[in-house]
Write a protein that binds this ligand. Structure first.
Ligand SMILES: O=C(O)c1ccc(O)c(O)c1
Ligand SMILES: [Mg+2]
Length: 624
């Protein structure tokens, strides 16, 4: 199925937009008039550029305020249109979009509209051009797709059809039965299909459309349902994205185009119109990898938390630190970077690593070269939109590997090597086979990685959510907006159904602020107060929380005697939801990374988001 994108959806000059669309794999473009007007290229040069890039020019748009006007006004409109038809011939575009009129000159007269659109189509036909008539949701008299179709049907001209735009249809709060009329339109009379999603906002529809459209799957519309209706009507033309969005206008065109194309591939899959390799939902976090120019501050922090250095990579400066089931790789291979320690990679337990990588690749995730020595276990890895490397791995348990590794760990700790619940497929290479165990004494513990909190670049937030949901098969929770002292923090979690993998995505307030852009690793323990105290007693610094916060907690909840004093002493924050309670505290920041200790009780599902503003304020205060 042919995919296309309107140039208005991407940032930059027309040349940059075309290059980005082609690179992301689109087959065609809708050329927006303003992009052409601002381009130094002649229409012939644009046509040649598109051809070189393998892009068809699927639509030229828009013609506005054409129909249902007094005849002398229409004569002027026709003159203007013929001028554009000649231009379109030079451009190699054979379909023109005509938006329903918003002009005060337009009258509410369908037969006049039909007659004039038919005359327009006659004229277009002389140029070999078809006219696609689109009902804008704010059109003066014509603002629904079925109304536009009634006019087109009455005109009965072979060069006149409708353009369906999902935004205009779904923004009007259409009920499922409102879409059934689509099936009444003969497929060949649907000349074009424009697709855009949007968050469900209560606002003026024109402003909503011009500023807040987003790619399918990133908003609240049922685009798959709409697409099924359009395909059932027999439409076989391009699936074209037309997204007016203030963020995408400013963001890098290359990454926006990839995000856009991925969204279309997913929409086709959701509508049952295109198969992708199935999602392989990860079943746990195998490790988080920190890249650091200076290991000491990181290893000091890990030691105070309770981690021990459990193994060393055979060929690279990478150590495996372990605390219970939580594993952190500390990689000192990096040449020192200005931003110091950062969370560079995440290992995800996968029941089918190669299958997970196949889906990721089909969804345009960059596949990373396997950073392996000759004897290293092959690892499938892709890059997330924020650059975090995602490794799909199968961590074999001691029962499956029976290597010296597991035996040594089990002996040293006195813990049962069969304590782990999952036994990976022994056929799959275990990434830990690349590590040689160290005889450090590990304290047995139920600690595991509860979640990873990844701050996204400001223009990648929606892309990141869609990526983690669709590529990894995780489920997205509601997005929450929180006022923090320096701006607005948006946060949205994606998780596996059983909570074995949780990733909290957020977009910070102040671009360029390192505190806001820090990533963190949350460690789940069954006794956060004991863990916090041990950390502090081992010389670790916990983030201090203002007394006012505890005053408020005392007002809102009843705690057992002395409990609040302990929270205050250790800087423990509290939240609860319909399921249970959440207690959490934070370590100091090292480079761009910090840790959180968390305790979930009673099936609490959240991430303590309500406490994020207090945490951010405390981190900011700590920097002064
Ligand atoms: O906002 C507009 O004017 C506009 C123009 C062309 C379209 O296809 C559309 O959906 C909206
Ligand atoms: Mg449109």
């Amino acid at each position: 199925m042919h995919t296309s994108i309107a140039t208005v959806s991407l940032s930059g000059s027309l040349t940059e937009k075309l290059a980005a669309a082609a690179r992301a794999g689109f087959g065609g473009v809708e050329i927006f008039e303003n992009d052409l007007l601002a381009s130094p290229l002649t229409p012939e040069e644009i046509r040649a550029r598109c051809a070189d890039l393998g892009l068809s020019v699927d639509l030229y748009q828009p013609l506005r305020d054409i129909e249902a006007v007094p005849d002398h006004v229409f004569a002027r409109n026709l003159r203007r249109a013929r001028h554009k038809f000649a231009l379109m011939n030079r451009l190699g575009a054979d379909t023109v979009l005509v938006c329903s009129s918003v002009s005060p000159d337009a009258v509410d007269d369908d037969s006049l509209a039909a007659r004039q659109l038919s005359q327009l189509a006659d004229s277009a036909h002389e140029f070999g051009i078809r006219v696609a008539y689109e009902a804008l949701a704010w059109g003066r008299h014509v603002n629904t797709y079925d109304h536009a179709w009634r006019i087109v049907e009455a005109a009965g001209h072979p060069a006149l059809g409708v353009c369906l735009d999902s935004f205009h249809i779904l923004s009007r709060g259409s009920e499922p039965e409102d879409l059934e009329g689509i099936a009444d339109i003969p497929g060949e009379k649907i000349f074009f299909l424009q697709l855009a999603d949007a968050p469900l906002l209560a606002m003026d529809v024109l402003q909503w459309s011009r500023h807040h459209r987003c790619f399918p799957g990133q908003g609240g519309f049922d685009l798959a349902g709409l697409l099924r209706h359009v395909l059932a009507a027999g439409y076989r033309g391009p699936l074209s994205l037309e997204v007016f969005n203030d963020v995408f206008r400013q963001a890098d065109a290359g990454s926006t185009a990839v995000d856009a194309h991925r969204s279309l591939l997913l929409l086709r899959e959701a509508a049952g119109a295109g198969a992708l390799p199935p999602a392989v939902v990860p079943t746990g976090v195998a490790f988080a990898e920190l890249l650091t120019p200076d290991a000491e501050p990181v290893t000091g922090l890990l030691t105070a938390l309770g981690f021990t250095r459990a193994a060393r990579h055979r060929g690279k400066p990478v150590d495996l630190w372990q605390w219970g089931e939580a594993r952190i790789l500390v990689n000192t291979a990096a040449t020192a970077r200005r931003d110091g320690t950062r969370l560079a990679a995440i290992g995800l337990e996968s029941p089918d690593p190669a299958g997970a990588a196949r889906r990721a690749e089909a969804l345009l995730a960059p596949v990373l070269p396997r950073r392996r020595g000759p004897e290293d276990a092959p690892l499938d890895a892709v890059a997330a939109p924020d650059g975090t490397e995602l490794f799909f791995c199968a961590t074999a348990t001691a029962t499956a590997t029976a290597t010296a590794t597991a035996t040594a760990t089990a002996t040293a700790t006195g813990a049962s090597a069969t304590a782990s619940a999952t036994v990976a497929d022994p056929e799959l290479p275990d990434w830990r086979a690349d590590f040689t165990d160290l005889p450090d004494t590990a304290v047995p513990s139920a600690t595991r990685i509860d979640h990873l909190a990844l701050t996204q670049p400001w223009h990648h937030f929606d892309e990141a959510t869609l990526f983690h949901r669709s590529v990894l098969g995780l489920t997205a929770q509601e997005s929450v907006d929180l006022a923090d002292p320096y701006g607005l923090l948006r946060s949205r979690a994606v998780a596996a159904g059983d909570g074995s993998v949780r990733i909290a995505l957020s977009v910070g307030a102040a671009p360029g602020d390192d505190t806001v852009h820090a990533q963190h690793i949350a460690l789940a323990t069954d006794d956060v107060m004991a863990a916090a105290r041990r950390f502090r007693d081992a010389g670790g610094r916990l983030l201090p929380v203002p007394a006012n916060y505890y005053d408020d907690l005392a007002a809102r909840y009843e705690f057992a005697d002395g409990e609040l004093d302990t929270y205050r002493e250790l800087g423990i924050l509290y939240d609860h939801d319909a399921h249970g309670a959440f207690r959490h505290c934070y370590t100091e920041i090292v480079g761009r990374v910090f840790f959180e200790l968390v305790q979930r009780d009673g099936g609490y599902q959240g991430y303590g988001a309500a406490n994020a503003p207090v945490r951010l304020a405390a981190q900011q205060a700590g920097r002064r």
